[in-house]
Design a protein around this ligand. Structure first.
Ligand SMILES: Cc1ncc(COP(=O)(O)O)c(C=O)c1O
Length: 483
C-alpha cells in the first residue's frame, strides 16, 4: 500500500476520514496539514471516542485528530523500528526532514520473511578478511583448494573443481565428457532452466523427460522411452533436495553405455540409500547461489570420478591454457574459475552444512505438521530410500494456478514471501522443440507446487507466522476446514 492511500488532509470531514479508514483497513490514517506535513493521526478508536463526546459526521478531522503521535525519520534502521513497536504503536509513519510522510512501517512490512536467505554469521567474515589482508582475492589462494578438498571428502569423489556458478559447472562437465553437436542428453522437464541451457550451450539436444509422481524427479521408467542412438548422457536433477532414484538410472546408463551427470544444485546434504548425492554419477555439479543451502554469493563445484576427464575440465576452466607452458592454449577454453573470496565464504559455510540441513529438516517437520491437517494437500516427498535436505520446502495444492495466486497474495499481505514451483520446461518458447513424449506428470506438479520460506535463519516466531498464515488462508482456498 502506498503512503498517499493512507494519508488525508486535515480539512476533510469525519465522514471522509471514516471512508478512508474503511478503505485502508489498517485501523489508522495519517493527516497532513496544508504544507503536506504530518500534523496528526486518526485511529478507528479516536473517531469512536469523538462521537461519544458529541462530534458529528460533518466536523473537520482537525478537531478530533491525535496531534501527539510517534514517528521516526525515514532511513531509521530496521532494528530500531522493530524495537519501537508496542501494544499501542503498530504502525509508524516515517518522515523526511521536512516532516512529510514518505513511508510507514508495520511489523509485517519490516519483518518480511524471505523464501531463502543466507546465514553468514560463522567464520565467513574472518576468512574473507584473511583474503583481503593477504591480497589473495583472485582465483589463486588457499581457500579455493581447501573448498575443493572439503567437497572431495564430503561427496567421496576423487576430483573437484570450484567454478563461478552452477550453470557453468554443468557446461564444463558436459564439455569435458565430450558431449556436443549431434548428441542427446536426457533431462527432466521439471527443473530450473539452467540444467537444460547448459546442454544447449554444448550444441547437444536436450530431450525432456517426465517425472515420477511420487518423488517429482526423472526415473529409469521415464527415461527409457526417450533413448535413441544419439543419447550420450542422462542428467538427473535432485529437485528441491529430494534425491532421484539412482539405482535404476545407473543400471540403465550402464546397459546403454551412457554418462550420468548429476545436477545437485538444490540438494547439497541429501542422501540416497545413506550415500551423499553427487557420489553416483560420472560427474556431479553443485550451485552456491545466494538462495542455496550453502552460498558463496555466486559459485559452483564440479566433481569427477575419472581423473583424466577432471584434468581436461581443469584445463578448460582456465582458458584451455597449458599448465606447463604459460599463454599456450591447447583447447578453446573458458574462464570459469572461482575466486578465493568466494571460496573463503564456501569453506566457512561448509563448516555448518550439517547444522543447516538439520535446521531445514526441522522447518520441514513443522510445516508438515500443519499441512497434514489440511485435506487435499500433498506434502513434499521423502521416499523410504531418501534423506531429503529440503532445500526449499515445496508442497502441492489440490488445485491449480488461480488458487495458488490467491494463496500467494494472502501470504504476501501477511509479510511472507512464497514461490510457485518451476514452470514445465516444454511450455516455455525456447524449449518447445525438445518434446519427445508424454510430460503430463511434470505439468500437473508444476501447476500445483508451492514453496514456503526455508531459510536456515528462520526463527521460531517466523515459522509460527508462516504456519498461522497458512491456516488463515489455505482452508478457504482449497475449500476445506482444518481437521
Ligand atoms: C537445478 C539447478 N541447476 C542449475 C542451477 C544453476 O546454478 P547457478 O544459479 O549457480 O548458475 C540451479 C539454480 O540456480 C538449479 O536450481
Amino acid at each position: 500500500m502506498e503512503v498517499k492511500q493512507i494519508t488525508i488532509s486535515q480539512n476533510v470531514t469525519l465522514k471522509e476520514a471514516m471512508e478512508a479508514l474503511n478503505r485502508v483497513a489498517l485501523g489508522i490514517i495519517f493527516i497532513n496539514d496544508s504544507d503536506g506535513k504530518l500534523s496528526g493521526v486518526l485511529s478507528d478508536g479516536d473517531i469512536r471516542r469523538s462521537f461519544l463526546r458529541g462530534s458529528v459526521l460533518g466536523d473537520l478531522v482537525s478537531t478530533v485528530m491525535n496531534r501527539t503521535f510517534f514517528s521516526l525519520p525515514v532511513g531509521t534502521d530496521n532494528e530500531k523500528i522493530i524495537a519501537s513497536f508496542t501494544e499501542q504503536i503498530k504502525i509508524i509513519p516515517l518522515l523526511d526532514v521536512e516532516g512529510r510522510v514518505v513511508d510507514f512501517a508495520t511489523n509485517k512490512k519490516i519483518r518480511q520473511i524471505p523464501v531463502a536467505a543466507p546465514q553468514l554469521d560463522g567464520n565467513e567474515l574472518a576468512y574473507v578478511t584473511d583474503c583481503i589482508k593477504t591480497s589473495w582475492i583472485s582465483s589463486q589462494g588457499k581457500y579455493v583448494r581447501e573448498f575443493e578438498n572439503i567437497f572431495k571428502e564430503r561427496i567421496q569423489l576423487p576430483n573437484a573443481l570450484a567454478v563461478s556458478n552452477g550453470t557453468v559447472a554443468l557446461h564444463l562437465a558436459l564439455v569435458a565428457l565430450g558431449i556436443g553437436k549431434g548428441d542427446e542428453v536426457i533431462v527432466p522437464n521439471l527443473t530450473f532452466a539452467a540444467s537444460v541451457n547448459a546442454i544447449i550451450y554444448t550444441g547437444a539436444t536436450p530431450v525432456l523427460a517426465d517425472v515420477d509422481p511420487m518423488n517429482w524427479n526423472l526415473s529409469a521408467e521415464t527415461i527409457r522411452p526417450l533413448l535413441s542412438e544419439k543419447t550420450k548422457a542422462i542428467m538427473p536433477v535432485h529437485l528441491y533436495g529430494h534425491p532421484c532414484d539412482m539405482d535404476g538410472i545407473l543400471d540403465l546408463a550402464k546397459e546403454k553405455n551412457l554418462f550420468v551427470v548429476e545436477d545437485c544444485a538444490e540438494a547439497l546434504g541429501s542422501l540416497y540409500k545413506g550415500k551423499p548425492i553427487g557420489s553416483f554419477g560420472d560427474v556431479s555439479t553443485f550451485s552456491f547461489f545466494g538462495n542455496k543451502t550453502i552460498t558463496t554469493g555466486e559459485g559452483g563445484m564440479v566433481l569427477f570420478q575419472d581423473s583424466a576427464i577432471a584434468e581436461k575440465a581443469s584445463l578448460l576452466r582456465d582458458h584451455g591454457m597449458s599448465k606447463e607452458k604459460r599463454y599456450w592454449h591447447v583447447e578453446v577454453g573458458f574462464n570459469y574459475r572461482m575466486t578465493n573470496l568466494q571460496a573463503a565464504l564456501g569453506v566457512a559455510q561448509m563448516e555448518r552444512l550439517d547444522q543447516f540441513v538439520t535446521k531445514k529438516r526441522e522447518i520441514a517437520e513443522y510445516y508438515n505438521s500443519i499441512l497434514k491437517e489440511i485435506p487435499g494437500i500433498t506434502l513434499p516427498p521423502e521416499e523410504r530410500w531418501a534423506w531429503n535436505s529440503y532445500w526449499l520446502y515445496t508442497f502441492l495444492l489440490p488445485l491449480g494456478d488461480e488458487e495458488r495466486s490467491r494463496l500467494t497474495n494472502g501470504m504476501n499481505q501477511d509479510g511472507i514471501e512464497t514461490r510457485p514451483i518451476f514452470f514445465p520446461i516444454h511450455e516455455m518458447p525456447p524449449y518447445k522443440n525438445y518434446v519427445r513424449g508424454d510430460l503430463s506428470v511434470s505439468k500437473t506438479i508444476s501447476r500445483r507446487g508451492f514453496s514456503l520460506p526455508s531459510s536456515v535463519n528462520l526463527t521460531d516466531e517466523d515459522r509460527q507466522r508462516v504456519g498461522e498464515s497458512l491456516i488463515r488462508h489455505l482452508p478457504s482456498i482449497v475449500g476445506s476446514s482444518v481437521k
